[in-house]
Design a protein around this ligand. Structure first.
Ligand code: IPE
Ligand code: IPE
Ligand code: MG
Length: 246
């Protein structure tokens, strides 16, 4: 629809990325800059999630993936990990009501094993409660690692080969994609990393192979809908060639 008005006139609503993934980084630095403990940075970061979800929905994004806790984040102090999980259970309960009202479906990617029972239950309840919602998917990456996901997919495929259900030569890119944590989940079009770090930190290694990457110096708790619109404007200025010719 050409006359559809979006929240930012710079954005072409016919060219909005289908799948936006965000590495939500910089909570600790935000806290330090504001003279607060790290836990306050995580709280401020958790508050941003709702606004960005609503902004993506309004733009017509189909899927939003959010990196919340990596398989490497277990290397942090027990105190920080405990405070993160406490915050997660509180936030998921609140978030569940909010996203359910706006017809958003929650998905989880990563490994639930090893997470505290309460976190697992809250995620599962929210996934179950929102499973028939259709406006947009939000995929929360919790205890997620891209290498771990590919390792787990390889094991599943090897088991099928060993059982005689598949031959090695039947293993295609589609077979690998079908054995990831969320088969059928679209590839990432736009990957945003906040806080200025120019790295992937083991996020969605398979799914980002042709994502446009935007690194912004903005720390996650300061990342606003306007920051998102700026990223989408830049995304729309890029020429996506996928190895071909423009
Ligand atoms: C991102 O913020 C949140 C998680 C990784 C859980 P950080 O805690 O990594 O913040 P910085 O990088 O120390 O600023
Ligand atoms: C990536 O941030 C993980 C999340 C945002 C959940 P990190 O802060 O853990 O990444 P590194 O350690 O700087 O690469
Ligand atoms: Mg960090």
């Amino acid at each position: 629809m050409k006359d559809k008005k979006g929240p930012d006139p710079r954005i072409d609503l016919d060219q909005v990325p289908r799948h936006v993934a965000i590495i939500m980084d910089g909570n600790g630095r935000w806290a330090k800059r504001n003279g607060k403990p790290r836990s306050k940075g995580h709280e401020a970061g958790a508050r941003e999630v709702r606004e960005i979800t609503e902004a993506c929905l309004e733009l017509g994004v189909s899927a939003l993936s959010l990196f919340a806790f990596s398989t490497e984040n277990w290397r942090r102090s027990k105190q920080e990990i405990d405070s993160l999980f406490n915050l997660m259970t509180k936030s998921i309960k609140r978030y569940s009501d909010q996203i359910n009202k706006i017809n958003v479906r929650l998905l989880h990617t990563g490994v639930l094993d090893g997470l505290p029972d309460e976190v697992v239950q809250d995620i599962q309840k929210c996934v179950e409660r929102t499973r028939n919602n259709t406006a947009m998917d939000v995929c929360i990456a919790m205890n997620y690692g891209g290498r771990r996901e590919l390792t787990d997919a390889t094991r599943k495929i090897a088991t099928q080969v060993q059982a005689g259900a598949m031959r090695p030569e039947d293993i295609t890119e589609d077979v690998i994609a079908a054995n990831l944590y969320l088969p059928g989940h679209a590839e990432v079009d736009l990957l945003i990393r906040t806080s200025g770090e120019n790295r992937i930190s083991n996020f969605m290694l398979w799914q980002i192979s042709y994502a446009e990457i935007i690194v912004t110096p903005t720390l996650w708790p300061d990342f606003s809908p306007t920051s998102l619109y700026d990223a989408i404007v830049e995304y729309q200025s890029r020429s996506r060639r996928f190895g071909g010719r423009p």
